[in-house]
Ligand binder design. Structure first.
Ligand code: 8BR
Ligand code: ZN
Length: 353
């Protein structure tokens, strides 16, 4: 795959999923079907669908996040149009990927998953058209998905507050982790070798940074009620979504928020993998809370897995996921496929009870 990048001027990203012209590569694929390149190409064929498996992409590349983000940016022709330096971009994406911890759930594969579905919502879902997004907003939207949990330690905001962790003091208990993800990324971007924005005009850079900051901060589930009710109010008022910057940013925030919990709306075999991973991370936090002699957070006590986890998922879907997906489907009808998968996944847990 590396040999096929960067794509040539005017070359579409679908070139990545065609048999390559390079005889050496073509021979490699022919000799060993099921190898890195063939498997990666198979994954990329689903990049525009809501049933793409980032687990498979990770299996074939070992770097689903950077590869997927790069392919999306190429497919949108943003590297060309915004004149992004190819080497810097790849260096930056590799560093972003490397900064994710090998947590059971909040890892680089989760970031790839969020990035891909966020791209789906923006493109096939219709957000780019509905909000008449600028190229800068699209770039910011895609990057926000990829960086949104950077350096996540595997313990949630509440844990940081309750243990008086350093980050809770630094960010005054306000969206601790979300502030941290962003601050780390923009600190990294100060270094010339990563600074993919260095050639841009000041206002262009401000637009991208402001959009990324707004989107990543909106992924704090502690703010869900506030952001979601604002979105529902504007949906009821039927605004022209492209006219006000506030509305555009609100719509982009809803896109990344939906993407962040979109595993509930993926086909069952993918959703169950994510559910297992989030349970493992919850129980790791519960174990540490027990060691610290502080109350174990709800749904984080591994001894109660059987009776609590299915109930937790059903409530999460009933109170958070389904209302959010319903509202967004009203706004962007093509994303309704996620709602259907959520209903099936919820039924799975109801049958287990
Ligand atoms: P973050 O990914 O930003 O942490 O936000 C999602 C939060 O929703 C999780 O941390 C978790 O508390 C909750 N959640 C639950 Br409960 N089930 C989830 C699921 N299946 N997928 C994603 N989030 C889930
Ligand atoms: Zn996340």
């Amino acid at each position: 795959l590396q040999k096929r990048l960067p794509l040539q001027d005017g070359e579409d990203v679908s070139a990545l999923t065609r048999t390559p012209a390079d005889p050496e590569l073509a021979q490699m694929i022919e000799k060993a079907p099921g190898t890195v390149i063939a498997d990666t190409m198979k994954c990329f064929q689903k990049i525009d669908e809501c049933d793409m498996s980032v687990f498979d992409l990770e299996k074939s590349t070992g770097s689903a996040l950077s590869v997927c983000t790069y392919a999306i940016l190429y497919k949108l022709d943003l590297i060309n149009r915004l004149e992004l330096d190819d080497v810097k971009l790849r260096t930056f994406l590799a560093a972003v990927q490397a900064g994710y911890h090998p947590n059971p759930y909040h890892n680089s594969v989760h970031a790839a998953d969020v990035s891909q579905i966020n791209y789906f919502i923006m493109t096939k879902g219709g957000l780019i058209d509905k909000c008449k997004l600028s190229q800068e907003e699209v770039l910011a939207g895609i990057l926000a998905g990829s960086i949104h949990d950077y350096d996540h330690p595997g313990y949630n905001n509440n844990f940081h507050t309750r243990t008086n962790a350093y980050l809770s003091t630094l960010y005054n208990d306000r969206s601790i982790l979300e502030n941290h993800h962003l601050a780390c990324i923009f600190e990294m971007l100060r270094l010339p070798r990563y600074n993919i924005f260095s050639h841009m005009k000041e206002e262009q850079y401000r637009e991208i940074r402001d959009t990324m900051v707004e989107m990543v901060l909106s992924t704090d589930m502690g703010l869900h009620g506030k952001i979601f009710s604002q979105f529902r109010r504007r949906l009821g008022e039927c605004p022209e979504w492209h006219e006000r910057k506030d509305d555009i940013r609100l719509a982009l925030s809803m896109s990344i928020k939906m993407a962040d919990i979109s595993n509930c709306g993926r086909p069952k075999h993918l959703y169950l993998e994510w559910a297992k991973n989030i349970a493992t991370e919850f129980y790791n936090q519960g174990d540490v809370e027990q060691k610290l002699c502080i109350p174990i957070s709800p749904f984080m006590d591994r001894r109660k897995d059987k009776q609590e986890f299915p109930k937790g998922q059903i409530s999460f879907m009933n109170f958070i996921v389904v209302p959010m997906f319903e509202a967004i489907s009203e706004f962007l009808p093509p994303v309704e496929c996620s709602l259907q998968h959520t209903t099936e996944n919820k039924e799975y847990w109801q049958q287990q009870e």
